[in-house]
Ligand binder design. Structure first.
Ligand code: 1HN
Length: 358
């Protein structure tokens, strides 16, 4: 009995000393290696009708200079304890710019993409290259590239912003710098240098050794008419008729790699009444319904979407789309990071059951 007692005391004092030594025994950890990832971000939908109305109020009430250099409303996943992140790894937001306004020059290590939802008249400078933004265009702001937005339009422009900010933050790799903002107007009908040099399919400048290439696409803008036509061709050529669905990846024209080392961008078109297979993958994604009406199911939760609605898809959550009318989605994901780190997993499954209508 005394032996037993002194042993218990010895163990107790051992644990105290371990804690005092800022150590933790592995054998007392619970849930360190769950069989599947413990997910706290929720399947979630932001309605464009509500978001747009709030963005327009912001455009009336909040000047660009006051309260940050960008008029941006972040999609904040209610599973992430008030953090301004759409998923664990992805920033997603809506930005609005009024006619005559400028969002000043800056650069940061988190990389950004913009997908234009509404309006006209905005041009953005990406490392000095003027890129006109039109609805459906994808515009890149790679890591550490200078960027500023200007509007010569007659009405507000609204666009979707996607960033790898939560990843850069988690890696303690965020740096930021303010720059010199342009004061002269750059004609909105100019063609960006990036399109002049990299916009022809299959043809790229021969600049010598490839290792000099930046780790991101040198093409800063992917125009909607090309995306739209490609989605139609994919549906026709792959399925032999106009039904089915098409999924494309925006690629670096020099390498075929993803547009950014941290973000994959895709566009998906699903024909009327078609339901895609259910699948899940490690890593998260955000889906914007650009045009159409569709039901998406995320981990058993069904969301009926209208144009502009945005959905967060957490890691390993089963996902599928059923189009009510032919529907086109833009999406961002962290897939390049998971693939580079050999952490990517995907699984296609039986059509998932609907547990709840959101
Ligand atoms: C940013 O620089 C922009 O330049 C948009 O338009 C959204 C969100 C977080 C951090 C920087 C922009 C951003 C951002």
């Amino acid at each position: 009995v005394t032996d037993q007692l002194s042993r218990e005391q010895a163990v107790e004092s051992f644990y105290r000393d371990v804690a005092d030594g800022d150590l933790q025994p592995l054998w007392r950890q619970v849930g360190l290696l769950p069989s599947t990832p413990p997910i706290s971000d929720l399947p979630f939908r932001w309605r464009w009708r509500d978001v747009r109305a709030l963005a327009e109020r912001a455009a009336e009430l909040i000047p660009i200079g006051g309260g940050g250099d960008r008029r941006v409303l972040a999609y904040s996943n209610p599973g992430l304890c008030g953090e301004p992140y759409a998923t664990r790894t992805l920033w997603a937001a809506v930005q609005i710019l009024n006619p005559g306004e400028a969002a000043p020059a800056h650069r940061h290590t988190p990389a950004a993409v913009r997908f234009v939802l509404e309006g006209q008249g905005v041009w953005t400078l990406v490392d000095g290259d003027p890129v006109v933004m039109r609805p459906g265009d994808l515009v890149l702001t790679p890591s550490w590239c200078w960027h500023e937005h200007h509007s010569d339009g007659s009405g507000p422009m609204l666009w979707f912003d996607g960033l790898d900010l939560p990843m850069s933050r988690a890696l303690d790799a965020v740096f930021f710098e303010n720059g010199e903002t342009e004061t002269v107007s750059r004609a909105v009908d100019t063609v960006s240098a990036s399109e002049q040099l990299y916009g022809a399919p299959g043809l790229v400048p021969d600049d010598g050794p490839e290792q000099l290439a930046p780790p991101h696409s040198p093409l800063y803008v992917y125009r909607w008419p090309a995306t739209d036509a490609m989605l139609d061709r994919l549906i026709r050529v792959r399925t032999g008729d106009r039904h089915g669905f098409a999924h494309l990846r925006y690629a670096d024209p020099t390498t075929g790699a993803d547009v950014l080392p941290t973000l994959r961008c895709t566009a998906t078109r699903v024909a009327e009444d078609v339901r895609t297979p259910s699948s899940r993958r490690s890593g998260s994604s955000v889906w914007v319904l650009y045009d159409g009406a569709a039901r998406v199911v995320v981990d058993g939760v069904a969301f009926e979407l209208e144009s502009g609605d945005t959905v967060a898809v957490p890691s390993w959550a089963p996902f599928d789309i059923e189009a009510r009318v032919t529907s086109t989605f833009f999406s961002i994901s962290d897939a390049p990071v998971l693939e580079a780190l050999r952490l990517a997993r995907t699984q296609t499954m039986r059509p998932q059951a609907i547990v709840r209508e959101a």
